[in-house]
Design a protein around this ligand. Structure first.
Ligand code: KG4
Ligand code: ZN
Length: 414
């Protein structure tokens, strides 16, 4: 009825072109009417080949993912040409699967959205060239996606979150704090000056040979650390949080990684074991590194909240802190962030674990957000390139450092 009324209103004085445009906005096809915009999202920026079809209201109609984690675990890290080859082998099947589960044919799509930045050049290239072929074949608009923007906006698919909100993205490749003011309006408050926390945890897990641990052999490094940490005592090692004197919102993890390397070497000597064997103190080291990582991340996030409130960029009493990325699935780190959120009267929100790690749904959803806002929709893809490095938003981290906000000490009883 609602549709009929709407249709009658629009068609009160119809011209052929108007009718056609109206039906197109509904994705009209004989025998089938989709009342919403439909976007196919494609993600290949790192080591997951993923695709999904999402509609305007956030319904996930179909999704598929092929993870390369197992292969890269065996080689001790991502080898870009190997990742590229695996994307090539899987992309057609994954996109096909997402489309067929959704029962949407490519001609019914409103647009195709694909991650084109930042990420591994060889991986991004596979997703982009595959997408451009689809765009060309089905004459669809193309929406280039910034991978971190997609991570940041995912929460708006699962929760009713209005702009502005603060986002902390912590994964294997990224580490940043940003204020999200709109779909493509970000203020970068701080980022890692070296490696990301997931990368550090992966390196520590490798140094501890956790892949040989019977309980951890199929887990990513970060997940293995979280798992083992439950059996360890964090107080047996005292790893100091990095950058304690720097009153900004930047992060650093290589120093911590080197200290742990040294500790592991010393412990191997003490326990009389070779590199590659599992230390009896591995669980204690895992617990201590997880605790120090959590404290470091919590402190920088606490300062970001105080900065945003001081500058009236966030509401004083009901600000939202969103945490996403692979490392956000770590429950210990989440608890540390909950302590910060409680102390600052913020609401902490995390997408479900499946949407925290790389996936096609977040890319399709970012496409929907951009379609709705009318931002970055390309009808001509001439000259479009992938960008392995690409900052997110306007960098105000210097201003954040100059504000030199002192963060009150919180008891991290986790
Ligand atoms: O977001 P993601 O899937 O990929 C990118 O890096 O973009 O994140 C993967 C990272 C890996 O470094 C992995 O070790 C880490 O997230 N990770 C975790 C946990 N699960 C995955 N880190 C800490 N605790 C976890 N439970
Ligand atoms: Zn990611």
């Amino acid at each position: 009825m609602l549709i009929l009324n709407k249709t009658a209103r629009v068609f009160s004085n119809p011209s052929k072109r108007k009718i056609y445009e109206y039906l197109r906005s509904f994705n009209f096809h004989p025998g089938k009417v989709f009342l919403h915009k439909l976007v196919l999202g494609i993600e290949t920026s790192c080591d997951d080949t993923a695709a999904a079809v999402v509609d305007e209201t956030g319904n996930v109609l179909g999704e598929a993912i092929h993870s390369q984690t197992e292969v890269h675990l065996k080689t001790g890290g991502i080898i870009p040409p190997v990742a590229q080859q695996l994307h090539r082998e899987n992309i057609q099947r994954i996109v096909q699967e997402a489309l067929s589960v959704s029962k949407v044919s490519p001609s019914e799509l409103s647009a195709i959205a694909t991650t084109i930045k930042p990420g591994l050049a060889l991986s991004l290239g596979v997703g982009l060239s595959f997408s451009l072929q689809l765009v060309d074949k089905f004459k669809k608009p193309f929406i280039p996606i910034h991978h971190m923007e997609a991570h940041a906006l995912t929460i708006r698919l699962t929760n009713k979150v209005e702009f502005p909100f603060l986002v902390l993205l912590i994964s294997g490749g990224h580490c940043l704090l940003a204020l999200v003011r709109g779909v493509s309006d970000f203020l970068l408050l701080g980022k890692s000056l070296d490696i990301a926390p997931g990368d550090m945890l992966d390196k520590v897990a490798r140094r501890l040979s956790l892949i040989k641990h019977p309980e951890c052999s199929t887990m990513s490094g970060g997940k293995a650390i979280e798992h083992l940490a439950k059996q360890g005592n964090k107080l047996h090692f005292d790893f100091k949080p990095p950058m304690q004197r720097a009153k900004n919102c930047d992060f650093s993890f290589t120093g911590l990684q080197h200290i742990i390397d040294k500790t592991v070497m010393q412990k191997e000597k003490e326990e009389g074991i070779e590199k590659g064997q599992i230390l009896s103190s591995a669980a204690d080291i895992a617990a201590a590194v997880q605790h120090t990582t959590a404290c470091h991340i919590a402190k920088r996030t606490h300062r970001a909240i105080l900065f945003c409130k001081q500058k009236a960029l966030l509401s004083q009493s009901n600000a939202v802190l969103v945490v996403s990325g692979g490392v956000a699935s770590n429950l210990y780190i989440r608890k540390a962030l909950e302590i910060v959120a409680n102390a600052t009267q913020c609401t902490l929100l995390c997408p479900p674990p499946k949407l925290c790690t790389d996936n096609g749904i977040m890319i399709a959803w970012n496409g929907i957000e951009r379609l709705r806002a009318g931002l970055g929709i390309l009808y001509d893809t001439e000259g479009i390139r992938y960008e392995p490095k690409c900052p997110l938003g306007i960098d105000i981290s210097k201003e954040v450092g100059e504000a030199a906000i002192k963060v009150p000490r919180l008891k991290m009883e986790i």
